[in-house]
Design a protein around this ligand. Sequence first.
Ligand SMILES: Cc1ncc(COP(=O)(O)O)c(C=O)c1O
Length: 414
Amino acid sequence: MTEEHTKDVFDRYARFVSPYKAETWSGYGIDFVMGRREGVYVWNLEGSKRLLNCHVNGGTFNLGHRHPAVTRALREGAESLDIGNHHFVSAQRATLAERLAAITPGDIQYTIFGVSGGEAIDTAIKVARGYTRRPKIISALGAYHGHTGFALAAGDAKYRDPFGPLPPGFVQVPFDDADALAKVVDGDTAAVIFETIPATLGMPMPAPGYYAKAREICDRAGAQLIVDEVQTGLGRTGKMWGIDCFDVVPDILVTGKGLSGGLYPITATCLRPHLMDFFRADPFIHVSTFGGAELGCVVSLAMLEVITAPDFLPAVRRRAEWYASRLEELRLKHPGALVEVRQLGLFIGLRYAHPEGGPLMTKLCYDAGMFALYANNDHRVQQFLPPLVINDAEADETIHILDQCLTTLQSMIA
Ligand SMILES: Cc1ncc(COP(=O)(O)O)c(C=O)c1O
């Protein structure tokens, strides 16, 4: 095959996939097609532009690209496995579910596997409604849980409005407002669902006692508490799960993205024991052909082995402390541009003074060799998600780039 260039790929993508997505990226001056990818870096097709990936697809590439142990598991798994049969009992699914039970909070025990985060959220909502036989689902205003049915209904209006009529029973409250939550949770409520820290909403940090109160409010009404850990899970916050930072055990925990190190689509909806009762009457009321594919399970197990090694989370916490100091220095150096650092571990949001600071910094960083995308539901914020395995020199490079771009941003908005 002859080597193809970026422009040719843009043309074919515009003709056969989406002219509008292609136009959007070109218009933004980000004519990038991923070529080689290794560790924390991705290169364009020609190899002439390199980006340090601090977007990491929202946690998908927590371990960087093509982590050797995870890539090896995929290669070796493909020698003897395929997706398996989703109706049969499966050794690989049993092993991965057992591993997840060991590392999820409290007595969470069972796992229902899926392919995408949206599917896993839909499943969580199905289980909550099926178990409680109640209709109401409460989520955060401006939330994002994916583009599938129930996940879409629980998300922000801008994603769901064109697709009505949507399923009834969905109610939204401001995030981190326990009084507002207490007012809407009642005897009709099946579940309250929050992304532990809402990434797309710009990573607002909840008050320390918020989740304990949310847990109490749910318990009082017999409602299930669902946490969406698709971005905050798997070590990103310096603990295994974001919700571990708040000492609360949810009834359902959803994980995805980084679960297989960016090498296989697999997600998990993890349940406390009581919820399994719902499946007694019909164990096959929910199935997914590709969900928990056996090949994906062995890839996920390899990824989990990396992040459960004794040194892994302490190293993430040390790196987070290092970033906290460096980012505070940047905030003090560029007070007219960077106004707030929102941080829990390496889950970091940079809030800028300018209302479009997020998109502006995304482009400036791209030009300077780093990719970190703005928060779509709050354009003042840029999501900054360094790979959890970033080394000293690479971390220095991210700070150097941010410093340089903040100087430019400051001069643009002065
Ligand atoms: C918090 C959160 N939940 C759910 C999803 C949906 O995941 P997927 O794109 O795999 O359907 C995403 C995707 O970005 C997400 O960030």
